[in-house]
Design a protein around this ligand. Structure first.
Ligand code: FES
Ligand code: FE2
Length: 407
């Protein structure tokens, strides 16, 4: 195996790594937050993500801000998304709102203020803001002959909806400025396949950048090492995997396939349903992983999102719905008892990884096990490019492709 490092002379371009595995090579040209891959031969490769590619947080998407039950009555709740502090509440009719938790007067956090069911009053000088639009309604210090038009002043505000037990905020821009021309897409929804079902949610903090959090979601190679448990898998259970992938809008899909046969919960599922199961896994920008398991009339549908709170902190939200034996808590047990252990294994590994990332934040992406991670970076770059040029997104996955790895 040989490796050559070459610096490209054009301004702004940092380096090209040519990594040969058995004589084949891939060229990566990388600059700040940019990532292009040019293949010289379609084959197994190792590539490297540049050190200075900052973890970009993607604006113009819906993100789950808080579980619905955390926002009750007239109380104002706090949250943070994409480094924006938020104050979240419900109006007199129970409809949720999300404002930037920064008073436009002198930056006092609005969450310390009072809320009467319609307007939030800043606790510093008493300015009042409409809870849904952020429009200023009253400035108590103004005299009647004041010329100041307080209705022209706005606190930052974000479109907001409730779905699947979360309050979602559409993060337009850091200021929470309304973007008149922008069409807001539908809020993401967990797919369900029958009228009656059970639902459960889990959450965890991940002390890492959004990129590390997300590529952890789609990393098949860590399973046998990180998620060792009698009910899941062991180092010895590692075996060859071969999965087909296809492009979908803003993401990619692991085409329907039989679930991993080396995991106890899937074996149990087969035992319960008595039917052959198929599973389909989608990743969709900016941060969502959907998994659907179908076995005859039974189904289990889950969504995991990794949402950037700050540059170095994310929150993982997992929600699952199912109709498998709703009267017997076997799936509920798997989700509520085994799920948190599984997530803890991931959070522990991310905490430990942080110790190393202080000294080295480059990463290597090894085909085929890390191909999904590479697609993620390429998708992000393609999205930014299409927003910049207003051209359609150039999808990095051209068509169906089979990936092979061992896990
Ligand atoms: S800082 Fe909010 S009213 Fe003055
Ligand atoms: Fe994991």
């Amino acid at each position: 195996m040989s490796r050559h490092v070459r610096i490209i002379p054009e301004a702004g371009w940092r380096r090209v790594w040519l990594c040969g595995v058995g004589g084949e090579c891939t060229t990566i040209a990388a600059r700040m937050s940019d990532f292009t891959v040019e293949k010289t031969r379609e084959t197994k490769t190792t590539t490297e993500k540049p050190r200075d590619s900052a973890a970009e947080m993607l604006w113009g998407f819906w993100y789950p801000a808080l579980p619905s039950e955390r926002v009750r009555g007239r109380r104002l709740a706090r949250a943070m998304l994409l480094e924006v502090p938020l104050v979240i509440g419900r109006d007199a009719g129970g409809k949720a709102f999300v404002l930037r938790d920064v008073c436009p007067h002198r930056a006092f956090p609005l969450s310390f203020g009072r809320f009467d069911g319609e307007a939030v009053e800043c606790a510093y000088h008493g300015w009042q803001f409409d809870a849904h639009t952020g429009q200023c309604r009253t400035i108590p210090s103004l005299t009647v002959d004041s010329k100041l038009k307080c209705e022209r002043i706005f606190a930052g505000s974000f479109p907001c909806q409730e779905r699947d037990g979360y309050i979602w905020a559409f993060m337009t821009n850091p200021e929470g400025r309304a973007d008149a021309g922008e069409a807001i897409p539908a809020v993401p929804e967990l797919p369900t396949f029958s009228e009656h079902y059970k639902i459960a949610r889990l959450a965890a903090d991940l002390p890492c950048s959004v990129d590390h959090g997300i590529i952890g979601l789609m990393d098949p190679a860590h399973g046998p090492f990180v998620h060792q448990a009698w009910w899941w898998r062991s180092r010895r259970s590692i075996r060859d995997k071969e999965k087909q992938f296809e492009p979908i809008p803003n993401g990619f899909r692991m085409s329907p396939h039989a679930p991993s046969s080396n995991s106890a919960p899937y074996k149990l599922l087969k035992l319960i349903t008595g039917e052959p199961a198929t599973t389909t896994i989608d990743f969709v920008l900016p941060n969502q992983r959907f998994e659907q398991i179908r076995a005859g009339k039974y189904w289990l549908s889950s969504r995991t999102t990794v949402t950037p709170v700050k540059r170095d902190l994310c929150r993982l939200d997992f929600v699952a719905a199912w109709n498998i034996w709703p009267w017997f808590p076997v799936v509920s047990f798997i989700i509520h008892v085994l799920g948190p252990r599984f997530i803890r294994q991931d959070t522990e590994v991310i905490e430990k990884q942080g110790l190393g990332l202080k000294y080295e934040d480059r990463m290597m992406l090894v085909d085929d096990a890390d191909r999904q991670a590479r697609w993620y970076f390429e998708l992000k770059a393609a999205l930014m490019e299409s927003r910049r040029t207003r051209a359609p997104l150039r999808h990095p996955v051209a068509g169906p492709v089979v990936l092979k790895w061992r896990s």
